[in-house]
Design a protein around this ligand. Structure first.
Ligand code: PLP
Length: 408
């Protein structure tokens, strides 16, 4: 415990998910495993199990920091926080009825400070990188992560460099520029990751692109911890997740593995269903062709915003997770996604971004194809608010009052 009575981290080391090679966790580290391994933070779960109970967590902060023992910050009392996490898991009976499934929940990540789940990764990683003395972070992102990192970096007093696609949503661009992040718009999005890597090597910046470092996953892991806790330390039967680089899905399942090792949950893992837009669907293609790796996607044709990941760094890992859990990858058209935004708003009052609404379409298709059964308990990951996508949403239908007669 620190002086404020906050439980400190049980972080022990970093480990490659593929070859098991271990690294000290006392310095910022980028990882390039030639076999596609990812660098994961590891904890002393045996000691944590003796010293912390699931019931202790229930008395914690109403933010993701309630899980501080399972996070990498040496002193969570110094967290870089804007109040992220502990978002509601909304029971959605009308949507369930429309789809013909027994129990449906929506994890509403749009409530996070910048409007998406990307805040979780930024808060936890920047807390750790401030402890490790990082001065400048750099990343490419389809927009939402860039906005989140710009705001949290400002909060952390760390400089942030952002590469965004030239069609990034205005909300994300304004988050970046108003928070003082050095922001570039990139025309050839396929080259963005290389541009970041080269700029980091040249300028000594730290590369925080998706799955290049271990701590963003630790922040996003808290979505999985919350789902388990909010369901009474039980897991759902299926999770539907809108996939870009894959970090969020990988992190949620890392959380489930840790909870199982702690003995706080039992039973099998939920079926993982991922959705992608038809116009950038490398994971769907690899899944349907029964391949272990994604091939880079050619021309991207999707709405501005998330899911613009033509060569997803988490592709191999997510393909494995889907196969291990009898899940699937499902492609969704942009028209279907936009219609689903309206359906979620009308049926349940949930104002999701189109990326998130792909999960509703995906669930409907998964039910029709028999991948998910009607009696299963399903969680849709609504990763961001519709407020971040206003220019993409259908024009409102309004009536104009033109005379003093008012509403007729
Ligand atoms: C709103 C939204 N949902 C989902 C994703 C996909 O996230 P990930 O890269 O973790 O798969 C992104 C980013 O691309 C996003 O901005």
């Amino acid at each position: 415990m620190n002086a404020d009575g906050i439980t400190m981290s049980y972080l022990t080391h970093l480990e490659c998910s593929r070859c098991g090679e271990r690294f000290a966790a006392d310095a910022p580290r980028n990882h390039e495993c030639k076999d596609g391994g990812l660098l994961f933070a590891r904890y002393d779960l045996a000691r944590l199990k003796r010293e912390v109970t699931a019931a202790d967590i229930a008395h914690g902060a109403c933010s993701l920091w309630r899980y501080a023992p399972l996070l990498p910050a040496a002193d969570p009392g110094n967290a870089v926080t804007l109040g992220e996490g502990w978002t509601p898991l909304l029971k959605s009976p009308r949507l369930a009825q429309r789809l013909g499934c027994r129990e449906l929940w929506v994890k509403d990540e749009g409530r996070n400070p910048s409007g998406t789940f990307k805040d979780r990764g930024a808060a936890v990683a920047l807390t750790r990188y401030r402890e490790l003395g990082v001065k400048t972070v750099a990343l490419n992102s389809s927009g939402n992560a860039g906005g989140a990192w710009a705001l949290y970096a400002a909060r952390a007093d760390i400089a942030c460099v952002n590469l965004l696609p030239s069609d990034a949503q205005p909300a994300s661009r304004k988050h970046c520029s108003l928070a003082g992040a050095l922001t570039y718009l990139v025309e050839d999005w396929h080259a963005a990751g290389r541009f970041v890597a080269e700029a980091c090597a040249k300028n000594g910046w730290f590369n925080v692109c998706t799955l290049k470092e271990p701590y963003r996953a630790e922040g996003k892991k808290t979505m999985g911890l919350e789902i388990a806790e909010q369901l009474g330390w039980r897991l759902p039967d299926a999770i539907v997740y809108p996939m870009g680089g894959g970090l969020g899905a990988i992190a949620i399942y890392k959380a489930f593995d840790e909870l199982r090792e702690l003995g706080w949950i039992s039973g099998g893992l939920p079926r993982l269903i991922v959705t992608q837009y038809e116009g950038c669907a490398p994971v769907v293609k690899a899944f349907e062709e029964d391949r272990q790796e994604c091939e880079p996607w050619g021309e991207i044709s999707i709405l501005p915003g998330g899911l613009k990941s033509p060569n997803p760094p988490g592709g191999r890992h997510v393909l494995k997770l889907m196969r291990e859990t009898s899940g699937a990858a499902i492609a969704v058209s942009t028209d279907e996604a936009l219609a689903a935004v309206a359906e979620m708003a009308r049926a349940e009052g949930i104002f999701a971004c189109p990326e998130s609404a792909t999960t509703l379409v995906g669930l409907r298709k998964a039910l029709a194809r028999g991948i998910i059964r009607a009696q299963e308990r399903v969680v849709l990951m609504s990763t961001g608010s519709g407020l971040k996508s206003i220019p993409s949403l259908p024009e409102p239908r309004e009536l104009l009052i033109t005379s003093s007669a008012g509403v007729v």
